[in-house]
Design a protein around this ligand. Sequence first.
Ligand SMILES: [Ca+2]
Length: 337
Amino acid sequence: MTVHSLFKSYIALAALLIAVPFAMACSSGDSDVFIPPTENKNNPKDEDSEKGEENNDSAQVDRTTPFFIEIDPVPNDKKWVKVEELSDEFNDGFDDDKWYRDPAKDPFGWYGRPPALFESDNVTVKDGNLNVTVEKFASPKKVNGTTWTHGGAILRSKAKAKYGQYYECRMQANKTVMSSTFWIAFLQNCSMGPQKKLELDIQECVGRVHDGTDSWATNWDQSYHSNTWRHARSCDVEKSLNSPAVTKMEEKNNSRYFVYGCWWKSPNEILFYLDGKHVHSITNPPADFDIEGYITMAIETYDWNPIDEANILESGTWDQRTTKYDWVRTWKLAEKE
Ligand SMILES: [Ca+2]
């Protein structure tokens, strides 16, 4: 063996000594093995989508605070406490102690906006969701003096909502022209009071728009649309007044679940959250929002987004025709111990 070939053998042995343990380590499957990052991990687009899924997952689990990302607006000396009578995970059947689903039995007695009738049999709780499934009736129904051709539903809380609290839901809109909503409704009475007819819309959207949709509503299938209303009443304002706040969304409301949140902080400061982030506020409502109301979910038809030829109210799958609420949660502020 020459010096040269001896040197080559050393090099080969050295290379083997380095390579073998490395190869063994790489294939050993031990958890402490260093695995170099893949190209995908460095792709910001992939990171975003991973984060999105993670956000969704953490929104699904039962939590001890509202669903906030990065910033929790809780005051320093306070903590969030869940208001059980205004919260539901919808994991254990329909809770008649918490919700009305029959408009004949709730304090409002509103049967719907024709042509869609609110019917309790369109409401189900299954697979961890509260579902409202819309439909076209086999033949029209006459209820309360009106002829109805389609069905939706309305749900109202039995306990009352008031300012100072945080309201949120995780909802996926249906894929039809009918609405998917989460709001607070208020009773009004000219003689008994309150005389002002208020409405606090947290989210009001539709699942589909088309050529016949009114021009102001062409993006209502991709929008976080909040509003405060003071409706016209003989003993109050002559014309309805409203003060809205809207965030255009990147995705269709029916494309996935979104968390819509509302901190009804005071009678005239209302902050709205989308997937845990503050997106818009209403600080000039048309009246002081200082009375108690009812959490409401209404799936209805609108004359400004009419039922067109291409509608899927009859032909659509259950999934396409269903608005799903994974949960509704309400939080109040309490002193920190
Ligand atoms: Ca659930």
